[in-house]
Design a protein around this ligand. Structure first.
Ligand SMILES: [Mn+2]
Length: 429
């Protein structure tokens, strides 16, 4: 018997990939792990009879002659399939988008860095013109959306978007998709979330905002990972780690990070788990929660994403810098000529303040163009230091009306950061 199986805590990408395999490989049966995510559970409660899937419970691995593994490449993440690991006669095919932590050696490997495993399978199905139903299209789309945050995570690729279009062209139902993706939380999860709000430690290190929450929780909570993600969004953090202890010797570590945070996958792999740069988890057995918390804190330092500092993206202030001896008329000329909306006024190198374009038009109206710029400068303006990171610069830029941030070092003008310069950085042009 040839089977396809996937990781425990099965998510929609894993289920969708299994179902795609049952279409792509005739006669293959899906073997579903005992623990599946709640959204997947409720999807299955309605659709199970339409899928060629049997439960893990009561299934005999000895009957397996061919194995397809989807959405993982690690024996430990399968539901008790370890007995197959040493079988030399077994042909193994894998379809996966996890690039690290491989323990399953397969005969045929389809492994590429895309947002969802099912994307790889869908490309193959499109190529082979494998037929599928609108219900399956809907499940496949749930798989892509679940793993890519509806194509918003940085792990999403154009290939995932292309397959999204392919599925929408072939009957995927967005109403059903959104119904299953919205995972409202029950009272016991709400309790954990309010605990997080009250007790999480929030740190700011070199411009990276980190949240760490380490508390015991009751067992059986299945949506802890969405709580961690919701908490990150809610508090506007770069990275959040939830360290949940359910009993004395088992600690669950769940991490979520934005692009300016850490490589969560690398952190949790160091703890024996798995994941991507943006999301991952690990279960540490026989562990002291306080010790795990220390480990996570150290790993955050080790695997933080490369940071860009203001000094890397600032430009020379020469176009923006004027001496305080100029008149408003002279300053107005410079602004018009250079098409800039804010000048940085200095005495020697000492930064005095910013002269906004609006001050020049105001002076013109009131016939004060012959006055010195000194009386018109704004002395308290948003500014950055060369060692601030790009994220801080972005926050400050939000506060700047002129789109010009002076870069100050000990009160002196070290450079300038413009809106345009920041855009070039964000889009890596
Ligand atoms: Mn996946």
């Amino acid at each position: 018997m040839q089977i396809v199986t996937t990781h425990t805590n099965t998510d929609f990408d894993a289920l969708a990939s299994m179902v795609a395999c049952t279409s792509l490989y005739p006669g293959v049966h899906g073997v579903l792990p005992s623990h599946v995510m709640p959204g997947v559970r409720s999807f299955l409660s309605i659709h199970q009879d339409l899928l060629r899937i049997i439960p893990r419970k009561g299934f005999d691995p000895d009957a397996v002659t061919g194995l397809i593994v989807v959405d993982t490449n690690n024996w430990n993440r399968l539901d008790q399939m370890g007995s197959l690991a040493g079988r030399k006669d077994l042909e193994i095919i894998s379809w996966d988008h996890h690039m690290e932590g491989t323990t399953i050696v397969s005969d045929t490997e389809h492994r590429e860095e895309v947002g969802a495993s099912v994307t790889l399978l869908l490309e193959e199905m499109e190529r082979q013109q494998t037929p599928f139903t609108p219900m399956q299209a809907t499940l496949f789309l749930l798989g892509i959306y679940d793993d890519t945050g509806c194509l918003t995570f940085s792990s999403a690729t154009p290939r995932d978007a292309r397959m999204t279009a392919f599925l929408l062209e072939n009957g995927a139902d967005l109403n059903i998709v959104s119904a299953f993706l919205s995972n409202t939380i029950d009272d016991s999860h709400s309790q954990v979330f309010s605990d997080m709000l009250a007790h999480a430690t929030i740190l700011e290190q070199k411009g990276m905002k980190i949240g760490i929450f380490a508390r015991p929780v009751q067992s059986g909570l299945t949506l802890l990972s969405s709580l961690v993600e919701k908490f990150r969004e809610f508090k506007g953090l770069d990275v959040v780690f939830g360290i949940f202890s359910t009993d004395q010797d088992k600690v669950m570590v769940i991490g979520r990070s934005g692009p300016a945070g850490v490589d969560v996958g690398a952190v949790v792999r160091s703890l024996g788990g798995g994941g991507h740069p943006g999301a991952g988890s690990a279960i540490v057995k026989k562990a002291d929660p306080a010790r795990v918390c220390e480990q996570v804190t150290a790993l955050i330092q080790k695997f933080r994403q490369k940071n860009t500092f203001v000094r890397d993206i600032m430009s020379d202030a020469v176009r923006f810098k004027i001496p305080s001896s100029l008149t408003m008329a002279e300053a107005g000329d410079i602004m018009a000529r250079s098409r800039i909306n804010g000048l940085l006024v200095c005495e020697e190198d000492r930064f005095m303040g910013l002269l906004p374009g609006s001050a020049v038009s105001g002076a013109k109206k009131k016939n004060r163009l012959s006055h010195s710029v000194k009386g018109f400068i704004k002395t308290t303006v948003p500014a950055v230091g060369p060692d601030d990171n790009a994220r801080t610069a972005m926050d400050r830029m939000n506060q700047s009306r002129e789109g010009v941030l002076p870069v100050l070092e000990k009160g002196c003008l070290a450079g300038v950061l413009t809106r345009g310069g920041l855009i070039l950085h964000i889009y890596e042009i």
